[in-house]
Design a protein around this ligand. Structure first.
Ligand code: ATP
Length: 228
């Protein structure tokens, strides 16, 4: 495993019309570890993930995914990096309902240009590992199974960085804990870094480190005590 951090954000600045959302924000996420970003609605969690995905261009600062610099990179380079090195899990899974779990997962590999015969086998193996049953369509899966399918899709291209935005926000209490426990095991199993945005302390306390966004920077907190 490389000793390069999965993600390094340095001195990030980003101003909205009337607000300095990030004001010298730093973050170091070692490979094989997890970090939760906590904060109330509007504090900038999703925008931070969008900056890492290269979908929002900050005013200044550096964002490195492994050895690759995102800030200032061309759109095509960022798109390639997103496909090759970053996996993303959204709050509502964002799966294609007409497709089966295997097809949903394999599609991410096909779109990244990985068209080898083993794609479907790898998709099946990942879904098996994450406990998703076989089905003709993801529409017939439970919410927790759909979210585990979304995690398998995020993992299919062997990302060095996994991002998750409120990954358990659409689930009931039992599934929320189950999916969160599975998610936070991934960095050690797959060697990737995991960055989770959430407003839920119960989820954040499973992470190796937790931060809130305060005055445009990250402040380390103890999620187990509710940040007190
Ligand atoms: N494209 C945009 N243009 C202008 N303002 C924006 C844009 N995107 C986000 N914002 C504002 O930036 C702030 C941070 O939004 P963001 O979605 O990152 O917060 P969040 O912490 O993820 O909130 P939530 O938990 O509700 O998803 C909010 O005040 C939001 O209104």
């Amino acid at each position: 495993m490389t000793s390069e951090p999965a993600l390094r954000i340095s001195n990030l600045r980003y101003a909205l019309a009337e607000r300095q959302l990030f004001d010298g924000l730093d973050l170091l996420l070692p490979a094989g570890s997890s970090t939760a970003i906590l904060g109330p609605s509007g504090s900038g969690k999703s925008t931070l993930l969008s900056c890492v995905l290269g979908l929002v261009s900050p005013d200044s600062g550096s964002i490195r995914v492994g050895v690759h610099e995102i800030s200032g990179a061309s759109r095509s380079r960022i798109a390639k990096l997103r496909a090759d090195a970053i996996g993303m899990v959204f709050q509502f899974g964002e799966l294609l309902p007409e497709l089966s779990p295997v097809e949903n997962v394999a599609l991410a590999a096909l779109l990244a240009g990985k068209r080898d015969k083993g794609v479907y086998d790898r998709a099946e193996a990942l879904l098996g590992e994450l406990g998703v049953p076989r089905a003709d369509s993801v529409a017939t899966l439970s919410g927790g199974e759909r979210q585990r399918t979304a995690v398998a899709r995020a993992l299919i291209n062997h990302p060095s960085l996994l991002l998750a935005d409120e990954p358990t926000g659409s689930l009931d209490a039992a599934n929320r804990v189950r999916v969160a426990q599975m998610l936070f095991q991934l960095p050690r199993k797959h060697g990737c870094g995991l960055l989770v945005a959430t407003h839920d302390f119960e989820i954040a306390k499973l992470a190796d480190a937790a931060y809130t966004i305060q005055s445009g920077r990250l402040t380390k907190i103890d999620a187990a005590t509710g940040g007190r």
